[in-house]
Design a protein around this ligand. Sequence first.
Ligand code: UT7
Length: 336
Amino acid sequence: MPSKRAKIVGTGMCVPERVVTNDELAGMMDTTDEWIQQRTGIKERRWITPGQMPADLAGEASLAALERAGLGIEDIDFILLGTLSSQHEFPGTSFFLHERLSAGEIPCIDLRAQCSGFLYALNFADSLIQSGKCRRILVVGCEVHSTGIDPTTRGRDVAVIFGDGAGAVILEANEDDDDPAGILHVRLHAQGKHARRLWIEAPASGEWPCRISKEMIDEGRHFPKMEGKYVFKHAVTRMPEVLTEALAGASIKLDDVSLFLFHQANLRINEYVAGKLEIPDDRLFNNIERYGNCSAASIPMLLAEADREGLITSGHIISMTAFGSGFTWGSAVVRW
Ligand code: UT7
């Protein structure tokens, strides 16, 4: 069977209704709206309210993507969900999304590649479709960070950047030989030697005799820790590198890209990367000022918003690039 190109036929997103401004955070920890905006570009983010689950956000995003594609869950062969904040330690989030979508017996998995999770998932989905094993795949990125951060001065460097949200796309085998739309190239990398520079130490199955203790909780070892400047330096080096590699793999020139979507970790990182590659402002789309860093959800949320705002139309070339914990990084080139 000839290999088929996979194309995106639907996008969707969902964020909680509760808006948390920088001023509200300043009431919880020693920070200011000015510091957060200057260092990160973030003005506000969304947090879930009691009773709201990651699978609820992922469910709404998935239904929006299915509707946009004119499809139902019965048309989907596989569900792949990228997250670093799974609803439960095991089995994860995708199974609760599966339940929420009444997905029958469709296989589903969580994929853990942190802020690069959506691009990793896209790559696997693309391969499953190209191999002919699947025809349509629901690819989701979903994070609930708000319940995992340290909302005090001790955790302020990480607490101010994270937000909650979900984004989803439907990937479908392009069976029309005359339609050039599809995933053109995905390039992924990882370097585990940096894993402890941005991580959550516990609970950990290697921690003996118990995954987490009261002492560990008292020491805050269950909160995310980041060596911010170290991560920043790697992000602004690796993102331009991998973006350039992916474009070369797709045989696309930088000038031919209609829209660049970067992981939304810090607006300064994105401005730096754009400056280095001389990408004009009007070909860059960010939403970090409204949602903060939603890790694996950031890129599919950007896609969904750009799609609805008419920034993406048929024939456009989209370049998507991410960097995150692991370290992981990657870039994908898509023709719409
Ligand atoms: O999504 C995955 C990948 N993540 C990233 O790419 C994030 C990369 N890193 C960053 O975006 C930045 O490092 C941060 C935004 C997290 C921090 O910005 P920074 O300019 O690197 O600040 P810093 O950590 O070097 O801290 C500078 C000062 C410190 O005070 P002193 O030691 O100079 O007195 C911090 O304690 O700012 C202080 N600080 C804060 N002040 C007010 C740290 N966080 C805050 C805060 N509000 N929220």
